[in-house]
Design a protein around this ligand. Sequence first.
Ligand code: HCA
Ligand code: CU
Length: 388
Amino acid sequence: MIKILDSTLREGEQTPGVYFSPEKKLVIARLLDEIGVDVIEVGNPSVDNEIAWAIQQIVKEGLKAKIGAHSLCKIDAVKKAIDCGVDFLGVFFSVSQKRLKQDYNICLSAAIEKIVEVIEYAKTQKPDLLIRYTPEDTVRSSMENVVQAATAAIKAGADIVSIADTTGYTTPFDPSRSIYVQVKTLKEELANQGLYPQIEVHCHNDKGLALTNALDAYRAGVDMIDTAVMGLGERAGIVDLAELLVNLVDMGEAKKWQLHFLRDLYDFVSKYAHIVIPPNRPITGKNAFTHYAGVHVKAVVKDESLYQSLDPQTLGMKSGIALGMQSGSTAVEQALIHIGRQDLAQNKDLVSKILQAVKEMAKRGTPIDIQEDLPSIIDRCQIQGSEK
Ligand code: HCA
Ligand code: CU
């Protein structure tokens, strides 16, 4: 069964301007645990002592999920992470020819030596620690380098190898850049040596393909997928948690997640990240299950599935309607019922007056909130009617 590693608290906090205090991190971790993610990657304790403290607090909660730290490939950094009491450690070090030459200025064997030294150290410090090795920018590195580094890392004690699409480079539409092929090839190459680690993918969204690529990896039999709430992360971020879970369920994944906790989680993260969820964001956006145009509302009143392929109730959410320029009389009738004025919904003359008033407001650019604005619109229309 597929596993989910949520990195809202690590990758997500790498969104410019986003900071979650340790108290907020704890609330987010609890909600992620309720939903049923397998690993919560909390952060890199070497970045700031407060992150180390937050990791320790979350570890103390005794959640079902494994609690992870992210670490540079350095002994002192790994020591700091292990000292936080984590169950999971992610170590990253690129073996792309470009990075080795232009940034690290070392050869592949020297890089592998470092990786092995650090992983062996971590394993001896805490034998039951789940260790992930990520050859950062995996998909733009030569497969030979990745296989060599991964082989050495596994032999040194790594349990998981992550294929990182650090720059959102992959696409399912070109076999030479497909994560499907990468997952299959890496699994095969390692199996040929009798090595069967778990394979994880970390897909960035630079070209809007993070979710597509994650599902492509799923089709290839990947073991774990990284996500973040609202797809937060460096630049355009990574795979959105809600979108991935809903699509996995849609593809028939047997694993069960408590999706009705998504609403609270997204509202909390949005509030404290100070980032509004775009209204048209699938699943969690304000309009994700809101019907508007006259034809649509008329149809969904009879059967919601006429304009919905996803049942919001399975997510603990409800569908709704909006009022504006595109509305028809059914929307007004429904809105009246919604605010408890079913007594007026049969009054065709009043409904038509309200519809005109709504359209005029919309033309002036005034947004209409059914609960807040409809009572006063009704009053105005009733006064108009009695003055005639
Ligand atoms: C980073 C880069 C990273 C690492 C992923 C990993 C990436 O911010 O350190 O360690 O598995 O996208 O490659 O997020
Ligand atoms: Cu990343």
